[in-house]
Design a binder for this molecule. Structure first.
Ligand SMILES: *Cc1c(COP(=O)(O)O)cnc(C)c1O
Length: 350
């Protein structure tokens, strides 16, 4: 049986969170002399002399409306990377607890585990890039607190089968983290609508991909209210700066523009896939539900170096498990995609 209180680390359960000056004051005021800010302003035209809202209230209202999820089920982090780190800090006892990852997958799950001294159990995906449930069953132990499922998965680009994920949500007594960084590009629907059914589900999304805001660092987690409260009390109070909150609030008005970009990028992805398949140095292009393609190439590493020589950087995944000879290529503008194809053409004719 899933029991959240048994999963949360004792030091986090008993933690008394930092109380900001504005948390202790309730009401409306004209003059703020409570937070040791500089009342005279900032040395620039724009004033940022006041601390930002630690609860991200307006951003959560906007995201709540867009995603149709109550604000009390939303957490805002300094990128998904902060959410990943906080989940380790809330749930995993250093040197004792374990988590499961399904390689090849996003590198931060393992790096962040190592930073937090949490043991990582690796259950590689099968050849079709789906979960290996038989091996998973043998791998988990009573110390296994979380598993990280990335869908669509980076770097393979595919969506993980929904029935497999539902099976884990129904049977695993720890936390199932679903990383949906690429969900906007997918034909598969998000697990957000199932949030209230699963007390062990944490969904991560981000403004870094479809929203085009990787530079501002804003990640989201969606989960039950008790999990959100543990993340809130563990995070640094002012984890989202005022300029970032301002930019995010404006961007979140533009759902229409984002949807247009998604349609355009998916179209370019399909065009790029066709162009790549016509090249003799390309052996296979894996189906993608994301804004990148995993491409099996002849002489992948040499091709990578050739592209760099031509000023084009892709991601060399040729040494990664199940990705032998593969490059991961992010969909660019039509001009960029064309330049890539031209450079790959000169590689084959060398
Ligand atoms: C890009 C990416 C993210 C986004 O991370 P941010 O810290 O929000 O920029 C998260 N997960 C995966 C799998 C990604 O590829």
């Amino acid at each position: 049986m899933f029991n959240l209180e048994n999963l949360v680390r004792p030091n986090i359960k008993s933690l008394v969170p930092y109380s900001t000056a504005r948390d202790e004051f309730k009401g409306s005021a004209r003059i703020f002399m409570d937070a040791n800010e500089n009342a005279l302003g900032s040395p620039s035209t724009q004033w940022y002399n006041r601390y930002p809202d630690p609860h991200h209230t307006r951003i959560k209202q906007k995201i709540s409306a867009i995603k149709n999820v109550p604000a009390s089920n939303i957490f805002i982090g300094n990128g998904s990377d902060e959410v990943i780190d906080l989940l380790y800090r809330v749930f995993c006892e250093p040197g004792k607890d374990e988590v499961v990852i399904f390689p090849p997958t996003y590198g931060m799950y393992e790096v962040s585990a190592r930073v937090n001294d949490v043991h990582v159990i690796k259950v590689p995906l099968m050849a079709d890039f789906q979960l290996d449930l038989r091996r998973l069953e043998q791998a988990i132990t009573p110390m296994t607190k979380m598993m990280w499922i990335c869908s669509p998965n980076n770097p393979t680009g595919n969506t993980i089968d929904r029935v497999d994920i539902e099976m884990l949500l129904n049977n695993f007594d720890g936390i199932v983290v679903m990383d949906e960084a690429y969900i906007n590009f997918s034909r598969q629907r998000s697990f957000l609508s199932e949030l209230s059914e699963y007390p062990n589900l944490v969904i991560m999304q981000t403004l870094s991909k479809a929203w085009g805001l990787a530079g501002i660092r804003l990640g989201m987690a969606f989960a039950s209210q008790p999990i959100i409260e543990y993340l809130n009390k563990t995070k640094p109070p002012y984890n989202i700066s005022q300029p970032v909150q301002d930019i995010a609030l404006k961007a979140l008005e533009e759902v229409g523009q984002v949807n247009e970009m998604i349609v355009e990028l998916v179209k370019y992805r399909m065009e790029l896939e066709q162009s790549l398949l016509a090249l003799s140095c390309v052996e296979h292009v894996y189906p993608s539900d994301a804004n990148f393609l995993l491409v099996k190439c002849r002489q992948a590493h040499q091709l990578y170096v050739h592209l760099v020589d031509n000023g084009i950087v892709v991601r060399d995944r040729s040494k990664v498990i199940l990705c032998n000879d593969c490059l991961r290529i992010t969909v660019g503008t039509q001009n960029e995609n064309q330049a890539l194809i031209s450079a790959m053409n000169t590689f084959q004719s060398q």
